[in-house]
Design a protein around this ligand. Structure first.
Ligand code: ADP
Length: 157
């Protein structure tokens, strides 16, 4: 059984995240979506709400579990016996942000690989930040997020 962690803020989970997760499942037997708890940021959705929403978005997929976590992701990977971290790459700026993190994680846990996947082109410009901004001003985000997230955003208004 090869397990990967898919760590991220997922505030909120988007169709781009779902696309990366579905691609990752063709490579790994199990993927644990790891919702990062960052107590210094005021999130749109609390970590527990994000977990519940992601669970609803991935209900059709086998081999996926969802947890929240605060701390070093490499320590969590060791504990969960994960062989890789899964991350998505949209553009060059993502690579510049990801590369030092991947290198640090490999130093912290030798053998822990970071696997980068490219989303389908139609999802390549979606980000949680853009979704939050459009939502804040009452715009339609139905092209960017799965159904359960769309409903949760509507009921937040
Ligand atoms: P973080 O705060 O850790 O960057 P995010 O929730 O923004 O958390 O992203 C988690 C992972 O998903 C990152 O690797 C990010 O590059 C990737 N990602 C975010 N949006 C997309 C998208 N539209 N397509 C592909 N990958 C994405």
């Amino acid at each position: 059984m090869r397990t990967a962690l898919f760590p991220g803020s997922f505030d909120p989970f988007t169709l781009g995240h779902l696309d990366i997760l579905e691609r990752g499942l063709r490579i790994f037997d199990r993927i644990e979506v790891t919702v990062a708890i960052n107590s210094s940021k005021k999130p749109l959705f609390e970590p527990e709400e994000r977990c519940v929403l992601i669970e609803a978005c991935v209900a059709h997929l086998d081999g996926v579990s969802v947890h929240s976590f605060e701390g070093l992701i490499a320590a969590h990977a060791r504990e969960r016996k994960a062989v890789a971290l899964l991350r998505g790459l949209r553009q060059v700026s993502d690579f510049e942000y990801e590369r030092p993190m991947a290198s640090a994680n490999r130093k912290l846990l030798p053998g822990l690989e970071t696997v980068f996947l490219l989303p389908a082109q139609k999802y390549g410009l979606i980000s949680s930040t853009i979704v939050r901004d459009i939502h804040r001003w009452g715009g339609d985000v139905s092209a960017f997020v799965p159904g359960p997230v769309l409903e949760a955003l509507r009921s937040k208004r």
